[in-house]
Design a protein around this ligand. Structure first.
Ligand SMILES: [Zn+2]
Length: 275
């Protein structure tokens, strides 16, 4: 399709906590077509249950992992239904009309993380979404597609303040600075009803693990990136209190917890509606 800026008058950053909440701050009118950037957050294990972080950011928590307590098992059990019966989802209307062709900014990988292992986990996390990975026995009815293009030195288009940069036509996952309280952020750029670019930035200063076996007081890349990949393909958030066991709930299940790497029924229904 070429450059997504084609036909776009002006690119502007629009930030909101989730697609479903519609709390856009700052909109700039543009030319013929509007290229809209949305930033979507994923977050850190904070005080037990964390995943998504516009909340944490707003509440002024510090860098989560630095202060994360030893894993209180997030309470998925509380009030939230089993993920295989919970039908909740939030889905806007913009979707991809082609595979999400993404690259990995491998040289941004934090010290202590193996680049090859990180790359493998990223690829698996994206496949968790496009392949409708679940423990519910539901067949893959999700038509979303992705293609891994390999490594790049291009950075994802998100500032350290967590705002979306100009679209550059490249879909990149990389590590870098994010505002305190955010494990990851995803920006999608939307032209009309199409998503034309999506970049994902993971907090470089957080403690990450590439596998449960190798995890000590860290958050799993796979869980966070699976959640973020939901945003890449157009899903928004569902409430942590009522739907905490779904991948698109706002908080991570906890330190060293990888439950969100498998999709729940609501996550699947949302993707099936979109694709
Ligand atoms: Zn999120």
């Amino acid at each position: 399709m070429g450059d997504p800026r084609e036909g776009a008058g002006e690119v502007f950053g629009m930030q909101q906590g989730s697609m479903g909440e519609g709390r856009a701050r700052g909109v700039v009118a543009a030319g013929r077509a509007l290229l809209v950037a949305l930033v979507l957050a994923a977050a850190l294990p904070l005080h037990g249950a964390a995943q998504d972080a516009p909340l944490a950011g707003r509440l002024g928590h510090g860098p989560a992992l630095a202060v994360a307590p030893p894993v209180p098992a997030a309470d998925p059990a509380g009030l939230s239904p089993d993920p295989c019966t919970d039908r909740a989802y939030t889905a806007g209307n913009p979707t991809w009309d082609r595979p999400w062709a993404w690259s990995f900014q491998a040289d941004s990988t934090p010290d202590g993380l193996d680049r090859d292992a990180t790359e493998r986990v990223l690829r698996r996390a994206i496949r968790n979404v496009t392949g409708a990975r679940n423990d519910c026995g539901r067949p893959d009815r999700v038509g979303a597609e992705a293609r891994y293009l390999g490594r790049t030195t291009v950075r994802p288009g998100l500032s350290r303040e967590g705002t979306c940069s100009r679209a550059d036509g490249r879909n990149v996952i990389g590590f870098g600075r994010l505002p305190p309280g955010y494990a990851g952020l995803t920006c999608i750029w939307v032209l009309g009803s199409r998503i034309v670019e999506a970049d994902m930035k993971l907090d470089r200063s957080a403690r990450w693990a590439t596998s449960v076996a190798g995890c000590t007081s860290a958050q799993l890349i796979e869980a966070v990136v699976t959640h973020e990949a939901g945003h890449v393909f157009g899903l928004g958030h569902v409430s942590e209190e009522r739907h905490g066991r779904l991948t698109m709930s706002i908080r991570l299940d906890g330190i060293c917890q990888n439950g969100e790497s498998t999709l729940g029924l609501g996550d699947l229904l949302g993707l099936e509606v979109l694709y």
